[in-house]
Ligand binder design. Structure first.
Ligand code: COA
Ligand code: MG
Length: 284
């Protein structure tokens, strides 16, 4: 089962950006992804690690999932990134360009060796092999693997699907990642939207991501937090509908019934289970 934690808004920021790090205190995202990888220039990698160690030492914000995105272990920076992770002890390490279960096994083994076994794993699925092997990756690493995050900038580059707002041709790959994640109780997370000024397009993309079954979205700008929380979170209508289902099954006439009629719609006990989970989640 996917864990109960909300991952509606997972805000990424370059760990080298002091202003962005300071801003986190007032932002209401569910998760923060401190990037050491592509958002940090090669000559800033060391400074970014130092800034991150300082940020965690000062006490990372409570109630937020803290994730560090490292460089690949095959890059010149991966080893030093893992040393920084051992000092910061984030909730999870996000590994870029994961293409096989083995790519994550190596990171997991290194974390264990450094005594950081409470830190979970997350994988960027952003290459053709990553999409093709998403199920094997999730199967091998759940439940330590908490999320599969789609990376469309890299995937478009690798597959030569041109950039653009229309994601229609990408839907089969996006759904493949959702399916792989759900099969093993891992959170599927939708890709970033680069155009952070066009919030109405972003809102529509969040709605599309929710419709595809994603738990949330990776974000790049504070303005994207509110629409992501709203679109991926249960709406007032969904909460009211869940309450109605629970009340209807609690009624004496529903006892012993597997399926009941609520306002002309068939509702089954599997919907009751879903409704109870939703209510437990919003009240926790
Ligand atoms: N996290 C936290 N704060 C952020 C932020 C982020 N990702 N992006 C912007 N901010 C802050 C800015 O520091 C600024 O703070 P201020 O109000 O104290 O001045 C405020 O939000 C408004 O920012 P704005 O001026 O609109 O944008 P910008 O030009 O400073 O930054 C980007 C634009 C794209 C460079 C920046 O949003 C960014 O680096 N995003 C993340 C990129 C990333 O992580 N990529 C890798 C994953 S794909
Ligand atoms: Mg990438």
């Amino acid at each position: 089962m996917t864990d109960a934690r909300f991952r509606r808004s997972m805000l990424c920021l370059p760990a080298s950006n002091a202003k962005a790090l300071a801003k986190l205190a007032i932002l209401e995202c569910d998760a923060t992804i401190y990037d050491l990888e592509d958002a940090v220039a090669p000559d800033m990698k060391a400074a970014a690690r130092e800034a991150l160690i300082g940020h965690f030492a000062a006490g990372a914000k409570a109630g937020v999932e803290h994730i560090i995105r490292i460089n690949a272990l095959t890059s010149p920076w991966g080893e030093a990134d893992l040393e920084a992770v051992a000092q910061c002890r984030p909730d999870a390490v996000l590994v870029p360009k994961v293409e096989s279960a083995a790519d994550l096994s190596e990171v997991a083994a290194r974390l264990d060796k450094a005594g950081v076994n409470g830190t979970r794993l997350m994988a960027m699925i952003e290459t053709p092999k990553g999409v093709l092997n998403a199920a094997a990756i999730a199967e091998a690493h759940a439940p330590r693997l908490a999320a599969l995050i789609v990376g469309l900038n890299d995937l478009r580059k690798e597959t030569k699907v041109p950039r653009g707002p229309d994601r229609r041709v990408l839907v089969p790959w996006l759904m493949q990642v959702v399916l792989a994640a759900r099969a093993y109780g891992v959170s599927p997370i939708d890709a970033v939207s680069n155009d952070f000024r066009d919030l109405s397009a972003f809102d529509a993309e969040c709605a599309e991501g929710r419709a595809m079954g994603f738990d949330g979205k990776m974000l790049i700008h504070p303005a994207q937090i509110e629409p992501a929380n709203r679109r991926f979170g249960p709406s007032e209508e969904e909460i009211a509908a869940a309450r109605k289902i629970v009340a209807a099954f609690d009624a004496p006439e529903a006892q012993g019934q597997g399926a009941i009629n609520i306002d002309g719609e068939m509702v089954e006990r599997l919907h009751l289970e879903e409704a109870r989970k939703l209510l437990a989640r919003v009240s926790s």
